[in-house]
Design a protein around this ligand. Structure first.
Ligand SMILES: C[S@@+](CC[C@H](N)C(=O)[O-])C[C@H]1O[C@@H](n2cnc3c(N)ncnc32)[C@H](O)[C@@H]1O
Length: 290
């Protein structure tokens, strides 16, 4: 009988904060493009459990690429569960007594019922984040981390995620700038309403410039079009007058590589770089591990 050579590839692959050695739970996925991005980077998804609140049927109706992404994930060995509520996931029959190195919820959002700055809306977002963090706390391995990627512009900063984390016995260990281009193929989705399949602006930074003509706010975006950039600028500066919005390399009327918007007379700005998206890295406060 000939010799059989079995090659075991032990190479650990990394993408940003995540490695093929981590046991990873993804929560509140939109079109599963974040899960697919990690899976492709690792060339396997056997270490990933990816979940959505939506049913499979609903995903297929909401997102143009969900079915393709799910198929790719399954081929790479991903475990996928639908109708998983972040508030109660630790009690889910398939997740009960499973523990993770990384539990990730990108851009948690409770839906578009009220306007973002309404107190009821902010409370509903906080309830979602609190329920998620409480449940995630019970599913962390020793030295495990919960990651929440979140916008820091007003009114999103009023969610006070750091405080919410403390209320459930977790503590913030780091805040890391989030750049969507670190995750090829990932498309952050609005996830709700008639525009659920659309992305919202991320990777936009603001620069405040003080000059003789009054304050100017320059917002530059990477991978966003001028309409998205204008929306983002409005969120950041409220009523200031937008004097110019320019997209460089705008293609197909939509995607651009760089865009710049300038507004004057904003009183809110005194920093150099403002309101970026951040990934909050959160750990247990106590030493009593599962
Ligand atoms: C703004 S979208 C972000 C989607 C996705 N994480 C992304 O980055 O593209 C908010 C997501 O939160 C999910 N969500 C809202 N409430 C949830 C809950 N109770 N449990 C799990 N997911 C929830 C929605 O289904 C939606 O997919």
């Amino acid at each position: 009988m000939g010799e059989v050579v079995v090659k075991v590839d032990h190479e650990i692959k990394w993408i940003k904060h995540y490695s093929s050695c981590h046991k990873i739970l993804l929560v509140g996925e939109g079109d599963f493009s974040f899960a697919a991005c990690l899976a492709k980077a690792f060339a396997t998804a056997s270490n990933i459990i990816a979940t959505s609140l939506d049913s499979r049927e609903s995903l297929a109706m909401k997102y143009t690429r969900a079915t393709t992404n799910l198929k790719e994930l399954e081929e790479l060995g991903c475990t996928i569960f639908h109708v998983v509520d972040a508030n109660t996931m630790s009690q889910h029959p398939e997740l009960n007594f499973k523990y993770f190195d990384r539990i990730v919820f990108n851009f948690p959002h409770a839906g578009f019922i009220w306007r973002e700055h309404d107190i009821l809306k902010i409370l509903s977002h906080q309830n979602l984040v609190k329920g998620f963090l409480r449940s995630a706390r019970d599913m962390l391995k020793e030295n495990g981390e919960v990651h929440v990627t979140h916008k820091t512009a007003h009114p999103f900063n009023r969610w006070e995620i750091e405080k919410v984390a403390e209320e459930v016995g977790l503590r913030l260990v780091d805040k890391v700038l989030f750049y969507i281009w670190d995750y090829p193929g990932y498309e952050n989705k609005r996830g709700d309403g008639s525009r659920c399949n659309e992305s919202f602006p991320v990777g936009v930074t603001s620069v405040a410039i003080k000059g003789p003509d009054g304050d100017r706010v320059v917002v530059t975006g990477n991978g966003v079009d001028s309409a998205e950039l204008t929306r983002s600028l409005r969120t950041k500066i409220g009523d200031a007058t937008i004097v110019s919005v320019q997209s460089l390399n705008e293609r197909d009327g939509r995607s651009s590589l760089e865009a710049t918007a300038i507004a004057v007379n904003s009183s809110d700005f005194d920093g150099d770089e403002l309101n970026p998206e951040l990934t909050l890295q959160i750990r247990s406060q106590s030493n009593s591990w599962v």
